[in-house]
Design a protein around this ligand. Sequence first.
Ligand SMILES: C[S@@+](CC[C@H](N)C(=O)[O-])C[C@H]1O[C@@H](n2cnc3c(N)ncnc32)[C@H](O)[C@@H]1O
Length: 270
Amino acid sequence: MLKPIIRYPGGKRRLRVPILAKLARYENWAEFREPFVGSGAITIEMINAHPERDCWINDLDIGIYCMWKSLRDNPELLARRVRDFVPTMEAYTQIRAYLRSRPIGACDHDVVHIGFCKIAIHCMSFSGIGVAGGPLLKIDQKWSPVHLCENIARLRHYVRHIKITKTDYGELITDESVPCLLYLDPPYWAAGVGLYAHFFRPRDHVDLARRLRSTPHSWVLSYDDCPQIRNLYEDWADIASIPAKYTIKSAPVITTELLISSKLPAKGAG
Ligand SMILES: C[S@@+](CC[C@H](N)C(=O)[O-])C[C@H]1O[C@@H](n2cnc3c(N)ncnc32)[C@H](O)[C@@H]1O
């Protein structure tokens, strides 16, 4: 079974069925792009379903970028770091301080180190929140090197040819060199601040809508269901709401999320 290496805040694994169904409506594309990839729950499914097509993933978070890059370029070394690690409260504190210092992945060794730290912090933190959350009371409770290494060994084959960048998402929309299908999962209107190193201010949500309105690419976008976001897309995009279930402090919370998508081309067009 394919699944992301880390549990990630806002990760879309649980919502993959309705998201993949929306994406499957589009046909004429040569490259799949995920500009806010995080743990990549949807990218993994798309590469599996369309191995013959190109893929470009991106995230501004250096830890996320290094995790994907070391999975693609140095999976053995990454797996070795996982196997050799012993989770302790001291290691948690050190890794969190290191990631908060905004390290730069200048060489391959740094990239693997940062990528490994990203995996470790999400496995040692409460609800998989990472640097923004606190540590698990029992720090090794979720540390499972055997499963992590199996997953690294499985996923490395899928990511061999993908393009990985760490830039502002806009480039993945404005680059029109090939016809693309985009899945976008930006920081949410209400819950994005505090969860990620890079979050959206209200004007960033407006900018994203403006860019999507003028792109020729096909796209699917997921969001929290709130009037501010509905207002940005009503009248010119397709808006559907889907049920979503999250667990907060061990209690299930039922809510709805938005799946917003570009209009399907008229039959016979393009
Ligand atoms: C909701 S999460 C994506 C979760 C992902 N769909 C998954 O399944 O794990 C949003 C991501 O956007 C990234 N991000 C925030 N601002 C960004 C920007 N301006 N450009 C690119 N990535 C950004 C964050 O680092 C975060 O990883």
